[in-house]
Ligand binder design. Structure first.
Ligand code: S3P
Length: 165
């Protein structure tokens, strides 16, 4: 049975998952959860530090623990990290929305500070490769796909409201 009360956003780095999930949480009166923020809060370290001190595999294990927890939640609007789609049982969490954009568009949106927060975006060639490797998984795992390019947050909120009601 598909869970429709939680909404989870997936997509590559820079696609606006956190901003959009937070806005939708406010507008639809849901709880806002963000996988990256929860992991950072737990260890009191930012993502770059966690990758450096504990390694990516450790970070992925933390994402799996959150995925298991999210499946037991109700009425939440969830922002996931770009690699969260690798968790087991993603489909048990809720209605899954892929925020889609081209690599070039995402790259343009991320400034230096935003890139510094993302260890897997430092190297642009590797980031592009990762994007190409993941694109099919994002599409396969999504219940719906929203193209975010050149759309304001208000336009996106209108689209989302129509899509989830
Ligand atoms: C990652 C994306 C990041 C963060 C971590 C790894 C990825 O989240 O979880 O740096 O593997 O794509 P954002 O998509 O919020 O940048």
């Amino acid at each position: 049975m598909m869970r429709m009360d939680n909404i989870i956003f997936i997509g590559f780095m820079g696609s606006g998952k956190s901003t959009i999930a937070r806005n939708l949480a406010i507008r639809s009166d849901r709880i806002f959860l963000d996988s990256d923020l929860l992991i950072e809060a737990k260890f009191n370290q930012n993502i770059t530090e966690i990758f450096k001190n504990k390694g990516e595999e450790f970070f992925r294990e933390q994402e799996q623990k959150l995925a298991d927890f999210f499946s037991s939640c109700n009425n939440a609007c969830i922002a996931s990290g770009g690699g969260f789609i690798q968790v087991k049982n993603l489909e048990k969490i809720g209605f899954c929305i892929y925020l889609k954009a081209s690599f070039e568009y995402l790259k343009k949106r991320l400034n230096e500070d935003e890139i510094a927060k993302r260890p897997l975006f430092y190297d642009e060639i590797k980031a592009k490769k990762l994007y190409n490797e993941r694109i099919k998984s994002y599409e396969d795992k999504a219940d719906i796909i929203i193209d975010i390019e050149n759309k304001s947050i208000d336009i996106l909120m209108d689209e989302l409201k129509k899509a989830i009601k």
